[in-house]
Design a protein around this ligand. Structure first.
Ligand code: ADP
Length: 163
C-alpha cells in the first residue's frame, strides 16, 4: 500500500515537472495563424511545407474560425490603431489555421521566415513575399515576443491539445 502511495507521488511529481516545462519554455515556441486570405487561396499546404522545412516542430494545430469578439480580443493591443476594425473584420472573415511551433529561438526565426508586415517590403523567399497580397491581408501571423508567444498559445490551445 505504501509503494502505491509512493508511485502516485512520483506520478504527480512527473506531471508537475511536465507542466512546468510546458509553461516556462519561453524562447522555444511561437504562435502562428495562417490567415483567412491564405486559407482562401489554398496556401495552407505550401506554407506548412515552408514551416516544416525551416525546422519548426508542430506542437499544436487546429483549423478554426475566429468570431469577431475573439479576433478583437486577440488583437486588443491594436485597439487604438486606425486599422483595428478592418483587422478584426478580416481575421473573422473565414477559417484560419492556428499552430504552436517549437524551435530554438522560435519567435525571431519565425519572424525572419514570414518577413515584414508589408509584403512589398518583405525579403525575397519569405512567406509574406510569396503568399501575401497587402499589409492588411498578409497571409500569416507570428508572435512578436516570447511573452506574447505564451499568451497567444494559451489563447488558442489547452494543455491537452499540445504534443
Ligand atoms: P505583424 O503581424 O507583422 O506583427 P503588427 O503587429 O504591426 O504586424 O500588426 C498586426 C496585423 O495588423 C498585421 O499583421 C496586419 O494584418 C495588420 N496591419 C498592420 N498594419 C496595418 C496597416 N497599416 N493597415 C492595415 N492593416 C495593418
Amino acid at each position: 500500500m505504501f509503494s502505491g502511495f509512493k508511485n502516485s507521488c512520483r506520478r504527480i511529481h512527473i506531471f508537475a515537472a511536465d507542466f512546468k516545462k510546458q509553461a516556462f519554455m519561453a524562447g522555444d515556441i511561437t504562435l502562428t495563424m495562417i490567415k483567412p486570405d491564405a486559407v482562401k487561396k489554398n496556401f495552407i499546404g505550401p506554407i506548412l511545407k515552408m514551416i516544416n522545412e525551416a525546422g519548426f516542430r508542430i506542437v499544436a494545430m487546429k483549423y478554426t474560425k475566429l468570431s469577431k469578439e475573439k479576433a478583437g480580443e486577440f488583437y486588443a493591443v491594436h485597439r487604438e490603431r486606425p486599422f483595428y476594425g478592418e483587422l478584426v473584420d478580416f481575421m473573422s472573415s473565414g477559417p484560419i489555421v492556428a499552430a504552436i511551433l517549437e524551435k530554438e529561438n522560435a519567435v525571431d526565426d519565425f519572424r525572419k521566415l514570414i518577413g515584414a508586415t508589408d509584403p512589398s517590403k518583405a525579403e525575397e523567399g519569405t512567406i509574406r513575399k510569396l503568399y501575401a497580397a497587402s499589409i492588411g491581408e498578409n497571409a500569416v501571423h507570428g508572435s512578436d515576443s516570447d511573452e506574447n508567444a505564451v499568451i497567444e498559445g494559451d489563447f488558442h490551445f489547452s494543455k491537452l491539445e499540445r504534443f
